[in-house]
Design a protein around this ligand. Sequence first.
Ligand code: MG
Length: 334
Amino acid sequence: MDDTRILLAHGNGGRLMRELIADIFARHLGNPLLDTDADAVALPRLDGELMVTTDGFTVQPLEFPGGNLGSLAVHGVVNDLAVAGADPRFFTLSALIEEGLEIEVLDRLIASFAAAARDNGVAVVAGDTKVVRRGEGGGLYLNVAGIGVKRAAAPLAIESATAGDVVLVSGPVGDHGIAVMLAREQFGLSGELRSDSASVLPLAQAVRDLPGLRFMRDPTRGGLATVVHEIARACGHGIVLEQHAVPLRPEVVAVCEMLGYDPYYLACEGRIVAVAEPGTADEILARWKALPQGADAAVIGRIEAGDSRVILETELGGRRVLDELEDDPLPRIC
Ligand code: MG
């Protein structure tokens, strides 16, 4: 029996499962609210409007430059709460483990999940593990639900974006997409680029109470272009992005040129796209740039009255339509 890998017996409800939960999940994630014997736990009363979100994580490979499935799962859920104006508090975690996964890898991923949760003030309060047969899972899938408390006074609703508003981004786009792609051996490429996988909570907290802030969203799958399309559709106006203003790392530009990808559609995992009244843009930029993660923040475009098209404007005044994404060029990116 190979005791370095996950067996089907780790999911059968018996001793091996109990030991796996104790040795990995409870050891890393333990906190006074996580009772691995209870069917359900009572949460302390939270003061404020509760917000809830959920997400599944299937990224391949499980570990990539700048992050891994564990930290990515925390960042993904923290970021959805953060851009909605909430502070994250409690998570549930459901782990679907594939038979044959190295136990050492599982341990690293859950340790990384736990560290990221702690960094963001999150306690895992409920969890579940299942083991699926070899070939039926990608090593490990994580499903996370997050509960937070809304702290922003404004609704931060996408419909509040309107003509005349400006669009900002907190940092370079496409890093996660390219970093994960380079980590897939099939491309035969390698590079120094790291995923931007990170919590955007400090960025969101820094600006969420500015009265001129209309809306925030974290661009993930489908990238910047997809979020901008969502804003255009919701407000019924067009959005013009200034190509020279969108922050892009040279490595991302180089790989995109080589492989024919458009960086505006590539996933980010640590950025915010914000819409604000023009008079508030400088304050958002100043607050973001004061944080390490916001050093490259920029105003990248504006909402223009008219039909809800997304236009990319070049420095020379040329314009091209950024169509809505048809098919994800990089599946299993998050
Ligand atoms: Mg999101």
